[in-house]
Design a protein around this ligand. Structure first.
Ligand code: NAP
Length: 244
């Protein structure tokens, strides 16, 4: 039977590429986006179905879940991809310059949005035989990686975005403990060239989407409740799990 996957923030970047790869694999993709015009355009180009969903707007989340319930009655895969780095100049600055508002803005989308969307879609995921949730996180949320003086992420100093992904990693671990019947993964796409970082990343969004897709499809069987990076490393040194 055709599996149904919903991806938040799928109108561009890693979310768009994740949607494209899942359509290629025969999934019925519900391409969610907050902006109707750009979302519909993307969904049409992808051969997917557009769903309006702003992860910071509970009414929009509830409408989206109700629409999926009415049309399909269940959901096999939820990909919490929507995310932002923050508009505030302080968001990219030092902890001492960070404001409450800068942190709140990023957490609203990257953390609170994931929890609201997940809980709204859980009843539909519970109707699937082997549902999976993939939270698109980042190694910049790893305390182990960002505090290792010999590692490349040691140079990173900032609060809103990194701590939002640290929180998302814990959110992933906690859902994985509660939802023993649903696999819950965090995925690290690596540094990809997208609007999020002014296209500074050295990977393509499609390369970044690969780990998300591997976890979403169950192509690679790995334990729930962990942050996964390069799954090509499975069984080798480092084996793809990123330390918290
Ligand atoms: P992107 O190209 O800027 O895409 C972000 C997507 O999230 C857009 O579709 C955006 O929609 C959507 N979004 C933002 N706020 C939203 C909201 N309130 N409701 C619904 N959708 C919303 O960035 P990206 O690099 O592909 O990022 C995708 C995910 O990958 C994020 O979670 C990011 O943290 C993560 N990630 C990225 C990198 C990287 O190097 N790029 C590395 C690690 C993790 P609009 O077009 O309407 O703004």
């Amino acid at each position: 039977m055709t599996q149904i996957a919903l991806i938040t923030g799928s109108n561009k970047g890693i979310g768009y590429e994740t949607a494209r790869l899942l359509v290629e694999r025969g999934f019925a993709v519900l391409a969610a986006a907050r902006d109707t015009t750009r979302g519909r355009q993307a969904a049409d180009a992808l051969g997917a179905t557009f769903v309006q969903l702003d992860v910071t707007d509970d009414a929009s989340i509830q409408r989206a879940a109700a629409a999926v319930q009415a049309e399909y009655g269940h959901l096999d895969v939820l990909i919490n991809n929507a995310g932002l780095i923050g508009d505030h100049a302080e968001a990219r600055g030092l902890p001492s310059g960070t404001t409450r508002e800068a942190v709140r803005q990023v957490f609203e989308t990257n953390v609170f949005g994931v929890i609201s969307v997940t809980n709204a879609f859980l009843p539909l995921l519970r109707e699937a035989s082997a549902a999976r949730i993939v939270n698109v996180s980042s190694e910049v949320g790893s305390i182990a990686s960002t505090t290792d003086p010999s590692g490349p992420l040691y140079q990173l100093v900032g609060i809103p975005y990194p701590t939002s992904k640290t929180a998302l990693n814990m959110v992933t671990a906690m859902y994985a403990k509660e939802l023993t019947e649903i696999d819950v993964f965090a995925a690290n796409p690596g540094y990809c060239a997208t609007d999020l970082n002014g296209h500074a990343g050295y990977r393509t969004p499609s390369q970044g989407a690969e780990v998300v897709v591997a976890l979403a499809t169950g192509e690679v069987e790995v334990p729930s409740g962990k942050l996964w990076g390069d799954l090509a490393l499975l069984g080798k040194e480092g084996d793809g799990v990123i330390p918290w």
